[in-house]
Design a protein around this ligand. Structure first.
Ligand code: ADP
Ligand code: ASP
Ligand code: MG
Length: 408
């Protein structure tokens, strides 16, 4: 007998028929003799709807109250799934994050899980129940409802699996595993049987939303066996996230391509080229809690230089306002922005032992006439910022150039 945590995403519980389908799948596992804890997301589109609703009432909703509103999506699906389970004769109990005491910090809309009290869940399981827990939410020390950031139900699933020392955490979604890139953009993308934690962390942080990055971090830290599978297929092993590279296989240089449309670039023109200037520009941006991604500083001419960096598109206006306020003090000439940037990243542990990966990436993009505006690298990834209109083309040609279309 195994203890399994299964998480079903928004599309997988997208309508009554699909909720009944999830109930059947869960019941089947229990009938095989396993104990099952289920985590569900809100019905797809519901979280967006709730955020939009809040913004109609207040342009910048209070984060504590926003969490009260957006967490309701998951409360609906836990109840519906339990009803569907009861309907087919299966004992099941639902819990919100607060009820099952998923204790988080108080960082509303992006809270982190601190502790989970697993004893009551274990008791319910031992009494023959399926335990259904709302994803994406918790409660802080003051009893306030918190949420874990978009895609956070993945993290609820993994955190519960860690707390319960589950044999496996299964993330059921609308694709049958982790692909070489988003299969909705590149139809030739291939499903991977395994991918290392390191690579999955990079892919998730660089824009592949198949797993929330915190869920991957959590699984790595607490050694949770993590698998991504389809909720619409009966069979299939999905993709297992592994600690070790598979030593028996010839490793491809690149394992996957991630992308993010949500970038915007700011350039501060004509700043004096002197020590401290990067700090004077980025210090106020950091103080305003705006995350900076890629950065470049040009060579100086006549003692001045241009300094560019990217931020999430939704934060561009805020970043511009911050810089306009300090522009004169810094001695900058002007600030220009580009709202339509995108980032494409190639990821692979095989990069460590291969030279020439960057040049192959740059040549491939050059052959399509795609201008690279910024570059950043780490040991196992290379990212470039390009104009958004070239994003899909870039991903497709890179996917082909690095041999990801053909099975390894
Ligand atoms: P859920 O609602 O189940 O949490 P998400 O929409 O959050 O599902 O994540 C699944 C989606 O992630 C897929 O439909 C796919 O479009 C997208 N995706 C992006 N990159 C990848 C990738 N490398 N492999 C698989 N899916 C990916
Ligand atoms: N419902 C939340 C969201 O849409 C959490 C999740 O689906 O994982 O972001
Ligand atoms: Mg998701």
């Amino acid at each position: 007998m195994a203890l399994i945590v299964q998480k079903y995403g928004g599309t997988s519980v997208g309508n009554p028929e699909r909720i009944k389908n999830v109930a059947r799948k869960v019941a089947k596992f229990q009938a095989q003799g396993h104990q099952v804890v289920v985590v569900v997301s809100a019905i797809s589109g519901e979280t967006n709807r709730l955020i939009a609703l809040a913004k109609e009432v207040a342009a910048t909703p209070d984060p504590r109250e926003l969490d009260v509103v957006v967490s309701t999506g998951e409360q609906v699906t836990i109840g519906l799934l339990c009803m569907a389970l009861h309907d087919i004769g299966v004992k099941a109990k639902s819990y919100t994050g607060g009820q099952v005491r998923i204790l988080t910090d108080s960082a509303h809309t992006k809270a982190r899980i601190l502790n989970i009290d697993e004893a009551p869940i274990k008791k319910d399981l031992d009494e023959g129940n399926i335990v259904v827990v709302a994803g994406f939410q918790g409660v802080d020390e003051h009893g306030a409802i918190t949420t874990l950031g978009r895609g956070g139900s993945d993290t609820t699933g993994v955190a519960l699996a860690a707390a319960l020392k589950a044999d496996e955490c299964q993330i059921y979604t609308d694709v049958d595993g982790v692909y070489t890139t988003d299969p909705r953009v590149v139809p030739e993308a291939r499903k991977l049987d395994t991918i290392t934690f390191e690579e999955m962390l990079e892919l998730a942080s660089l824009g592949s939303k198949v797993l929330q990055i915190r869920s991957v971090e959590f699984a790595g830290k607490y050694k949770v066996k993590l698998r991504v599978l389809s909720s619409f297929q009966e069979e299939g092993e999905g993709t297992l996230i592994t600690v070790e590279e598979d030593q028996n296989m010839e490793q491809p240089v690149i394992s996957g391509i991630a992308f993010n449309r949500d970038e915007a670039k700011l350039t501060v023109l004509g700043v004096p080229d002197k020590p401290g200037i990067a700090y004077q520009i980025l210090g106020p941006v950091a103080d305003a809690n705006i995350e900076v991604d890629m950065i470049i500083q040009n060579v100086s001419k006549d003692g001045t230089t241009d300094f560019s960096f990217t931020v999430a598109r939704g934060e561009l206006d805020k970043a511009v306002a911050v810089l306009e306020a300090v522009k004169e003090h810094i001695g900058a000439r002007s600030i220009v922005t580009d709202r339509t940037m995108a980032k494409v990243s190639i990821v692979g542990v095989g990069m460590r032992s291969h030279a020439g990966v960057a040049s192959q990436m740059f040549r491939t993009l050059a052959e399509e006439g795609i201008n690279i505006q910024m570059i950043s690298t780490s040991e196992i990834k290379i990212s470039v910022a390009i104009e958004e209109k070239y994003l899909e083309l870039a991903v497709r040609v890179l996917h082909k150039a690095f041999g990801l279309d053909v099975a390894a």
